[in-house]
Design a protein around this ligand. Structure first.
Ligand code: NAG
Ligand code: NAG
Ligand code: ZN
Length: 335
């Protein structure tokens, strides 16, 4: 009886708490407070990570990401929305990626960024370097009914991470960024006509970091197979600044306005995890060493063979001379 009652009694308290609690990236509801309401956030296999040499391992079985249905017709529409934490764009269930042995159906994409003064807001880092911003394209395993169900399974989600850096103007990202003005406040939506979403990804889909991690926002479920592309995608400074300045976490009626900035989570412990890489890390040095070693070995073998051949030829010549002499002798004897 006691054991039955206790969990029942604790439910109303938990509900009341989750009604009051609105997680955030700063202040008293900042990320150090997340685990008190969302247990997974303080648990294992959390994201994001810093990809540095000592945790990386080359894996030759990582095949390039295969995209399906990513070229979306202009007659289809995506919904862009401000959810109070990020700007999110719904995707179509006809879009999917393949990471053997599973197919993962596209659900939505969203952004993480910094602010004007500190324009470094990517979640994943490479060798300690934080990039300007990061895009997450969320997919769920096709063996589950929907993203909400998949979220609770260890093999439920596959997220593509795209690091954004300042460079030249990007026309595909502009289709999203120019519409931010229509979703300035929490709860607002806008429509974006279909386009080829592959253009949001880096050209090289064969170079990435792969590991098992979590959602980087509450409830932080450890159900994500991460694929973070090695090569960043460039957007212009003006484009990045539009992302850093356009949005608010608060709704349009709120008397206080809160800017939507610095919506990235701190780096998490790698724990017992290894990050697999699809490309050879430190490839230049390794190839250079192998080349030098190769040249030494090949030169050595070649010299040895040459010498042997030359010596062989000398012996042959001697033989020939000897034989010729014999023949000559024979001939002379015959004559
Ligand atoms: C995407 O689809 C459009 C029309 O449906 C087509 O014109 C275009 O060539 C396609 N792009 C790629 C890269 O396949
Ligand atoms: C803002 O206020 C208007 C008018 O009172 C109301 O119709 C609308 O639903 C409110 N919006 C939000 C996001 O609360
Ligand atoms: Zn994210």
């Amino acid at each position: 009886m006691f054991t039955l009652l206790l969990p029942l009694l604790s439910i109303p308290a938990a509900w009341a708490a989750s009604d009051d609690y609105h997680w955030a990236y700063s202040g008293e509801n900042g990320e150090t407070s997340w685990p008190t309401k969302y247990g997974f956030c303080g648990g294992v296999h959390q994201s994001p990570l810093d990809f540095h040499h000592s945790i990386l391992q080359y894996d030759s079985t990582l095949y390039p990401i295969r995209l399906q249905g990513y070229n979306v017709s202009t007659t289809d529409y995506f919904t862009l929305s401000n959810n109070g934490h990020t700007v999110s764009m719904s995707l179509l269930p006809t879009m999917s990626i393949e990471i053997p042995p599973f197919t993962y159906i596209a659900s939505s994409l969203h952004f993480h960024w910094g602010n004007l003064a500190h324009p470094k807001g990517s979640e994943h880092c490479i060798g300690g370097k934080r990039f300007a911003a990061e895009v997450h394209v969320v997919h769920y395993n096709s063996k589950y009914a929907d993203v909400a169900t998949a979220m609770n399974a260890a093999d439920g989600l596959a997220v593509l991470g795209i690091l954004l850096e300042v460079g030249s103007f990007h026309s595909s990202y502009d289709g999203i960024l120019t519409r931010l003005v229509n979703v300035k406040y929490k709860g607002q939506n806008a429509l974006i006509p279909g386009f080829n979403l592959q253009t949001l990804l880096p050209t090289r889909l064969d170079e990435f970091y792969r590991y098992e991690g979590s959602l980087t926002t509450p409830p932080c479920n450890p159900s994500v197979l991460w694929t973070v592309f090695r090569n960043p995608v460039f957007i212009s400074l003006e484009q990045l600044q539009s992302l850093e300045t356009a949005l608010y976490c608060t709704d349009g009626n709120s008397t206080v306005t809160e800017e939507m900035i610095n919506n990235y989570r701190q780096l998490q412990n790698k724990g017992d995890r290894i990050v697999s890489v699809s490309f050879r890390e430190g490839v230049v040095l390794a190839v250079a060493l192998a080349s030098v070693l190769g040249v030494v070995v090949i030169t050595g073998v070649t010299c040895y063979l040459c010498n042997r051949k030359r010596r062989g030829k000398k012996n042959e010549k001697k033989m020939v001379v000897y034989k010729a002499a014999m023949v000559a002798e024979e001939n002379t004897s015959k004559v």
